[in-house]
Every structure is written in C-alpha cells, then in structure tokens.
Design a binder for this molecule. Structure first.
Ligand SMILES: [Fe+2]
Length: 349
C-alpha cells in the first residue's frame, strides 16, 4: 500500500494532515501501513495534531478499531465524560447521543480527569446529509499562544473549578434541557461505594445531594504542558461547562449559518440561562465553571477565549468511512448541530 499526503478543504495551518490511499485501500492494509510507518505517524501527529484517513475501506466498527489500534494499541473503555454513548464493540462507542440540535463546543476529551486520553479517534460510520454535523477541530496550542496575555494570566493564576450535578438511578431531572446522563450511567454502577472509589481515583470531590443526586466538583489548571514536546496547551472545559456555554456557542453558529433555527435556538438558550442563573445557586447548575477559588470568571474573558477558538476552528465535511486520529493533548474537537440520521463513532487511548 502507498499513501498520499494532503490537506482538507477548510484546513487552517496544518490541521489535519490528510492521508489517502494509492491503490490498495483495505482497513487491514492501512493498519499494517501505519504500523510499518509508526515513527513517521508519531511525528506527523506531533506536528499536525490530527490525521485524517480518507478514502479507505473502513466499513465497520471492527475495521475502525483495527486502524485505531495501529496508531495506539492500548484503547480504553472507561468514559467519565458527559455525553450519553452506546457501545458498538468493547472499545468503540457512538460519539454522542446528545440531541442533534445541541452544539458541542471545542474540548480536549476528558480534560478534567487525572490522566486524560493521549489519542482520540473518530469514524464516520454514517455522516448526515445536508448542512451541519461536522466535527470541527482546533489546535489548542495556538489558542494558548493567541490568548490576550492578561486573559491568559487570569486563567493560569485562577485555575478552573468544575461543578456537575447528576441525577441518579431514579432518573430525576429528565425534563431539564441541560440534563446530563445519570451518575449510574457515567460510572457504570449503582453501587455508591464504587462510585466514591472512582471519584477519589480521579480527584473528584463528591457530595450526595437530595433525591439520589450526585454533585461532583473538580479543579484543574487551565493549561497543561504537552507530554511529548513540553509545549503549553490550553487544556480545560471552561467554555464548554460554563453556564453561558449554549447561548454563546449558538450565537457563533448563527454567524456561521444564519438561519431561523439557529436564531431561535440562540434566543431560547439565552432565555434558559437567564432563568437558570436566577433560579439556581452556582453549585446547583447541571454544569458550571468558575476559577478554582469559586470566583466567577468575567464574561468578557470567556468571550475572548471563544473568539480565539473560533478563529482557529477547522470545519470540514465528513465523508463516509473517514477516520480521524487526534493528539488529544494538543487538538480539540466539537460538534456542529445537524439534522439526522448521523452516526460518528469514537475510540480513545
Ligand atoms: Fe468529546
């Protein structure tokens, strides 16, 4: 097998490097090619932060898993994030079962756990037709570098505190449009002692609140150094988990795609957030972020951060069978709203 290197339409800078087959295009041959070019693939991932394998015959979850394993053999199956997911194989999951109109802002996968994934993989099992549904990428090394120094300093000195409130097995709060999956879904158990053990392992403070609800609080630095290069990387979920996330993200999506739905969603999300901020205390929101000491983060700083992220956003359409391999410690991902059906699968190491 031989592979041709290129870029994708919409690429900014080097993200992602596109690899296309010359001749042979089977998943097994691709996996062998990746293994034989391990050094080159590692260097390409370090430089570009993401590789897009396009035009290969990656037709089922097993083929996707095989290609992912060729890049990173030690795939993981424990997911402590916020998206509802379904398992396709032990190590391959649907990326997100969140409703199709939800925007998912840019984030490095599970940035808030003790040892976040090094590698992240997506596979376009069934891309949606029509507009939207992209999985944009963003180089978070560039976001760190481009933040205004005073904003960056406030985040670096302040750190990030995340609060998450989960319903339990009885499923309370299902009508809340900001609802997360339940804690028993996230931890894969209804055993509270087991949940507490996993929380301690991850450094999450846990509080059982009324009606079998669970509150998790975690703090983290805003920036981490890259494990291979030592380069500083913007590495947190602050603009994803902040209460203001949905309306501010919709406002930008509406600028990208000005249509009635995006206008209505922006207005609706804005009204919801205003109501939530009056009705609930800061620690009672489904999700919220402050500085580590609990001070609120200035709205203007968050807006500046979102502007920098959107300036570096790479938006490209999925083609069926695409696989993207991401250096999760350097490059973030998100999701733009769409109309279904659409299935994107994920794996990580
Ligand atoms: Fe994600």
């Amino acid at each position: 097998m031989d592979v041709e290197r290129g870029t994708v339409e919409g690429a900014k800078g080097a993200v992602p490097l596109v690899l296309r087959p010359r001749g042979e295009r089977g998943a097994a041959a691709l996996a062998d090619w990746i293994t034989a070019h391990a050094g080159e693939m590692g260097a390409a991932l370090r430089e570009h932060g993401a590789l897009l394998f396009r035009g290969f015959a990656i037709d089922d979850a097993e083929a996707f898993e095989r290609v992912a394993r060729a890049v990173a053999p030690d795939l993981k199956d424990e997911y402590l994030g916020t998206s509802p997911r379904k398992a396709l194989t032990r190590f391959v999951f649907t990326a997100s079962e969140l409703p199709e109109h939800y925007p998912i802002p840019q984030h490095c996968e599970m940035s808030f756990i003790a040892d976040p994934p090094r590698r992240l993989f997506f596979w376009a099992m069934r891309p949606n037709d029509g507009v939207g549904g992209e999985t944009p990428l963003c180089d978070f090394r560039k976001v760190y570098a481009d933040l205004r120094p005073d904003v960056r300093r406030r985040f670096e000195q302040g750190g990030i505190r995340i609060v998450r409130n989960y319903a339990g097995p009885s499923g309370g709060g299902r009508l809340d449009p900001w609802k997360l999956k339940r804690w028993d879904e996230m931890f894969g158990t209804t055993n509270r002692a087991e949940v507490e053990r996993k929380c301690r392992e991850q450094g999450f403070e846990y509080t059982w609140t009324g009606g079998d609800r669970l509150r998790l609080v975690s703090t983290q630095p805003a920036v981490r150094t890259h494990p291979d290069t030592g380069a500083p990387v913007w590495f947190n979920h602050v603009q994803v988990f902040h209460l203001s996330s949905a309306p501010r993200e919709y406002a930008r999506i509406r600028r990208l795609r000005p249509d009635l739905r995006n206008t209505a969603l922006t207005l609706f999300a804005d009204a919801m957030v205003r109501a939530q901020s009056v009705l609930k205390k800061p620690d009672e929101h489904a999700l919220h972020c402050t500085y580590a000491d609990g001070r609120e983060i200035p709205a203007a700083d968050l807006e500046h951060l979102r502007d920098v992220i959107w300036r570096h956003l790479v938006v490209y359409r999925w083609q069926k069978g695409d696989v993207v391999a991401i250096d999760n410690r350097a490059v973030s991902h998100g999701r733009l709203p769409y109309r279904g059906p659409r299935t994107i699968a994920v794996a990580w190491a």
